[in-house]
Design a protein around this ligand. Structure first.
Ligand code: GLN
Length: 531
């Protein structure tokens, strides 16, 4: 069949969960046997989110092929198990960069280069690229921002043109918000009507409307939206607040969101898939009541900054029939004097990734407390580096052990800059990024956990364990048990005498999904819950 395109736009407000709706549509179509991908188009000027502060933009998600992307791609992968790639996240900055590069090459043959048609043509090309290259049945495209923003106009114009060109092979799903006015005791559809009008004024008629709401919407209200917005009544569905995001696909299926899309595209609807494994996951999740308390030692006091880690922990909890309660511990305020008070009630500790000086001494102090008190500890990227520094300082007696990221002149540069990073001056997209192979040593804990010798995990860093110190570390009990077979870089350290003390230079959290939770998180949670 021809590739079909589903565009997901948003109105009224941001943060309504467009990414979750896009991921749910993907999940539901996939359950019907379709081959799908989901991509995100972001209206900001940064070429990718790699240079953005997590306070601005939440976590930066990394694809296996090494692109720094929007965190919504994490939802797409976790919901559907697909692997996204560099083509799956495009920003205004990248579109302009491509167009300007073409202009400099002389590709426009003396023409004046303009937003319409040159920018919009480039957006259309990028929107169709995955479908053309991989012949997906469905390509779902989420557009960041809200209808009415100046920034998203070229994207919406591209969608208008594509809808016109593709006919029934394209639909637009518009997500809006229905506020509840407590004083009046009423739910209001006016913002939705305005948002749809805005979309229509650009020339896009939404085919399906998803109404985000905190209160159940009655049939009359949905009918009103259908009437005022030129949408069929069964193409209006509500997205009511759920205990977790993982309920959303089931709620959307109950209301026939996927069926409505198929009907709109002239495709046979057929039987509703059972979503068996997904429902089993939800059931197990609801049944789990015993709590395991995990401390997240990091410097970003904001949920979205550690999105994939939080999701990985929570999935691992479900598969251990446990409820994971994560407690954020700001590493900036951890000192040797208060560390016991801050960490003593926890069953396990994750030392988080990060960049720069701020909060790192707190991470080192936390690593020491956890190592000396046998608290299961998982260090990820910068977290692993802090474990190495702590071990160097306390056990090996290198009082100035550090990463050259923090102290460029230390004699004990136990974490050093990678050779290939030494001459890099451009910050965007130049880290060691994406999936690399790693060989696990025989007899190590990680080898048992993964149950195989060769693994592949995603990276995002410039610094690495300095192998000159490897023998000293191993003699003292911190083992390098994961090594890149090509470069010899140390990817995993562990302390075998400890209950669970593992640091990974890579980011396992990027590849944990609902149906395939990550083995390291599973084992970490299992061990943490033991006491
Ligand atoms: N700042 C460290 C490095 O660049 C760790 C990066 C990270 O935690 N992702 O090596």
């Amino acid at each position: 069949m021809d590739t079909k395109y589903i565009f997901v736009t948003g109105g009224v407000a941001s943060s309504l969960g467009k990414g979750i709706i896009a991921a749910s549509i993907g999940k539901l179509l996939q359950a019907r046997g379709f081959n799908i991908t989901i991509q995100k188009f972001d209206p900001y000027i940064n070429v990718d989110p790699g240079t953005l502060n997590p306070y601005e933009h939440g976590e930066c998600y990394v694809t296996d092929d090494g692109r720094e992307t929007d965190l919504d791609l994490g939802h797409y992968e976790r919901f559907t198990g697909i692997r996204t790639s560099a083509n799956n996240n495009v920003t205004t900055g990248r579109i302009y960069q491509n167009v300007i590069d073409k202009e400099r090459r002389g590709d426009y043959l003396g023409k004046t280069v303009q937003v319409v048609p040159h920018i919009t043509d480039e957006i259309k090309r990028a929107m169709l690229l995955n479908g053309k290259m991989y012949h997906y049945d469905f390509v779902i495209t989420e557009v960041g921002g809200t209808v009415g923003d100046i920034e998203s106009l070229p994207f919406l114009e591209a969608i208008r043109q594509l809808k016109w060109e593709l006919g029934t092979n394209a639909v637009c799903v518009h997500l809006t918000y229905v506020p509840y006015l407590a004083a009046a005791g009423e739910l209001k559809t006016k913002p939705t009507q305005h948002s749809v009008k805005e979309l229509q004024s650009i020339g896009i008629q939404p085919d399906v409307i998803v109404l985000r709401t905190e209160h159940e919407l009655n049939a009359g209200l949905k009918k009103k939206v259908a009437n005022f917005c030129n949408v069929e009544p069964d193409c209006v569905v509500q997205s009511l607040d759920q205990p977790t995001i993982y309920e959303v696909p089931v709620r959307m299926q109950e209301q026939g969101l996927d069926a409505a899309i198929l009907r709109k595209m002239g495709l046979p609807v057929g039987e509703t898939p059972g979503l068996g494994p997904w429902r089993n996951f939800l059931e197990r999740r609801h049944k789990a009541t015993r709590e395991v308390r995990i401390g997240l030692v990091g410097k970003y006091d904001l949920q979205d900054a550690y999105k994939s880690i939080l999701e990985s922990l929570s999935q691992a909890g479900t598969y251990n029939d446990l409820k994971v309660r994560t407690l954020f511990v700001n590493s900036e305020y951890i000192t040797p004097e208060n560390v016991t008070e801050k960490l003593s009630g926890l069953d396990g500790v994750v030392i988080c990734p990060g960049f720069g000086q701020r909060g790192i001494e707190g991470k080192i102090t936390a690593a020491r407390y956890c190592r000396e008190n046998d608290v299961p500890t998982f260090g990820i990227c910068l977290g692993m580096q802090m474990m190495v520094i702590e071990f160097g300082r306390t056990v090996l007696g290198f009082s100035d052990a550090n990463s050259v990221e923090m102290n460029p002149t230390t004699k004990h540069n136990v974490i050093d800059i990678m050779e290939e990073q030494k001459n890099i001056t451009n910050m965007g997209g130049t880290m060691r990024l994406g999936g690399y192979a790693c060989t696990l040593s025989e007899g190590s804990r990680v080898r048992t956990i993964y149950g195989k010798e060769e693994i592949r995990e995603r990276h995002r860093h410039r610094y690495e364990f300095n192998s000159d110190f490897r023998t000293r570390y191993e003699e003292a009990g911190m083992m390098c048990t994961g090594i890149n077979p090509d470069s010899g870089l140390v990817e995993i350290v562990e302390v075998p005498s400890h209950r669970w003390y593992v640091g990974t230079q890579f980011h396992p959290e990027y590849s944990s999904t609902v149906l395939h939770p990550h083995p390291l998180f599973l084992d970490f949670i299992r061990e943490a819950a033991k006491k």
